[in-house]
Ligand binder design. Sequence first.
Ligand code: GAL
Length: 634
Amino acid sequence: MQRTLGVCYYPEHWPEDIWPEDARRMQETGLAWVRIGEFAWSRLEPVPGRLEFDWLDRAIKVLGSAGLKVVLGTPTATPPRWMIDRHPDMLAVDAAGRPRKFGSRRHYCFSHRGYLDECRRIVTLLAERYGRNPHVAAWQTDNEYGCHDTILSYSDAARGAFRDWLAQKYQSPDALNRAWGNVFWSMDYGSFDEIDLPNMTVTEPNPAHVMAFRRFASDQVVAFNRAQVEIIRRYSRAPVAHNYMGRITGFDHYKVGADLDIASWDSYPLGFLSDRLEADAAHKAAFLRQGDPDFQAFHHDLYRTVGRGRWWVMEQQPGPVNWAPWNPAPLPGMVRLWTWEAFAHGAEAVCYFRWRQAPFGQEQMHAGLLRPDSVPAPGLAEAAEVARELAAASDVATSKGDVALIFDYESAWAWDTQPQGADFDYFRLVFAWYRALRHLGLNIDILPPDASDLSDWKLVLAPGLFTLSPRLRQALETCPGTVMFGPRANSRTTDFAIPPCLPPDLPGIDARVLRVESLPPEASVELEGTGRFLHWAEDLETGAPVILRRRDGLPGMAGDDRITYLAGWPDDSTLRELLRGLCAAQGIETLHLPAALRKRDAAGLRFWFNHGAEPLDWNGQTIPAAGVIWQSAD
Ligand code: GAL
C-alpha cells in the first residue's frame, strides 16, 4: 500500500484568493490529502435554514483540481450560536450541574434528541451534495469525541435517556436493585423514573450506578456516531473515519470503530508529555522536545486494532502546540521521526495539523507547516523530506506482534470509579506494561477485551482487566503460550460486585486474592531480590508454582506456562525482567534497549527510532539524534 501524507486546512479562515496558491504548495510539498470542514457550521448555515455551501464547493474544487484528495469533516463538534437559541437544553451539563457555555467547542450533550436531529440534517445535506464528488475521498465524523472532558453530561436529556437505557437493560426495578446491591444505604428504587444520574450525591454514589452510567454514556457516543455514518454511507462510497485522541478513555473506541472504515487519531507528542503522562522530572526533561518514546506508539497500536487494520494519524503535531502547560518546540528531526514511526506501525496516512498558523482565535500560539505570514515554518521541510522518502521507499507493511496486550475501556471506567488508591489508574498500569515490552524491543499488538482468538501470540498480557468475559475465558484455550493477568484482574462482576469465589477466578490456576492494599508514593512492598511493588499489592493464596515471592513470604507471582497471575504493580525494571523471563520461556527474543531507542519491525523492514537528543551507537551503527534509520530485517 502507498503510504501518504496530508494536512488539515481551514479554507474559511483565509481569503479565497490564496486557496489556489495554498493548494499548489501543498501539492508541491508532496501532500496527498487535505482535511477540511470539521468546524465550519456557522459558515455553512449562518442562520437556521440559510445554507451557504457555495464557498465549500469552490474550496473542494480548488483543492481537488490541484490533485489533492479531500477528507470532509462533519461540523457537529461546533454547533453555532443560533443552535443554542433553538435548543437551549442541548448544552452538556457538568458534574456540578452547570451547563457548559457556548464560546469554544464540544458544548453539546450526546443525548439531546433535538441536537441529534440537527446533526442528521446537516450531515444529510453534506452527504447529498458531496457524496459523489470525485474529490471527496474520505469523511471524518465530528471531531475528537471526548476531548475536553465531554463524554459525561448530567443534563435532563441524559437523565431521561439513561432511565430508558436502564429499563431496557434490567427490565424491572427489582432486578436492578438486586444487580446493584441497592439494599446498601437504603438505595432501593421502586421505578426507573426514580433513578437519577450519579452526580451531586453527598458522598460517593454506588459504583454499580456509576458503572452503568459510564456504559450508557459510551453507548450514546456510539449511537451519535452511527447516525452520521449511516447517512454518509447512503450517499458516498468513500471511507468514513473519526479522529480519536490520546489517552481518552471515556467511551469504548472499539465499539465506535466497528461502525467506521478507518480509525484515526491526533498525535501531539510534546503536548502529551507535558499534559498527559505520569513521569518524573528527569524523564520529562530528557524528552521535552521529542515526546515520550512509547506514548505515540501505544496509540498507534491501539488504533490499528480499533480500525481493524486501517488507521491514520489525522493530526500530527508540526511544531509547538498551545494547549499544554508548557509548549516547547520539537528538536529538528522529530516531525520526520513521528511521521515515520506512524508508518512503521501501519498508518496509511499522516496529516499534519495545520497548514498555516492562525493569527486569530484560540489556537494562535499553535504552529502550522506555514507561519501566519505564509513563510515555511520548520515542520514544512520535514514533511517534504518524508514525502520524498516515501516516494523512494518500498512499501512498509504491518507485521504481527511478538506479544499481545489487552486494553479495555470498561476497566478504565471501573478503576476510575473505584481507584481505591489515589494513584491507581488503568491507563497508567497498561502503559507501564507496554513500555516494558517496548524496552525489550518487541512488536506489540493491542487486543480488545472480547478477543476470541489468541492463537497468534505466545504471550498475551492482561493487567487490571476488571472482568473476564465468557468469550475471553474461552479464548484462553486458544493461546499456544502463556497468558499473564495482572493486579485486579477479574475482581468484579459486570455489575460491580466482588465475585463470590474471590478473584481472580481464572481457569487453570488455583489462586485467590484474600486482601488488597493500595500504597502511597512513599511506601512499597519489597520483593525477594531487588524489586518492589508500588501503588498496589495483593495477598495471594495459591496452590500454583510461585515464580516470585515477596520478602514477607507471600507469593508475588504464581502460575505455570499456561496461566500466570501477578499480584501487584512492580517497579519498572522488575516488570521488565519478569516479562523478559516469560518471553524467554516462550522462545521470544528480547533486547535491552537504551531508554531513548525503540525498534519496530514492519514486514521486511526494521526501523530504529532514536528519541534522544544525542546520537546513539547501537550494534555497530549510529542512529542520529532525533533520527530514524531502517534496514532490511532479513
Ligand atoms: C486537536 C483538535 C484540533 C486542534 C488541535 C490543536 O485536539 O482536533 O482541532 O484543536 O488539537 O493541537
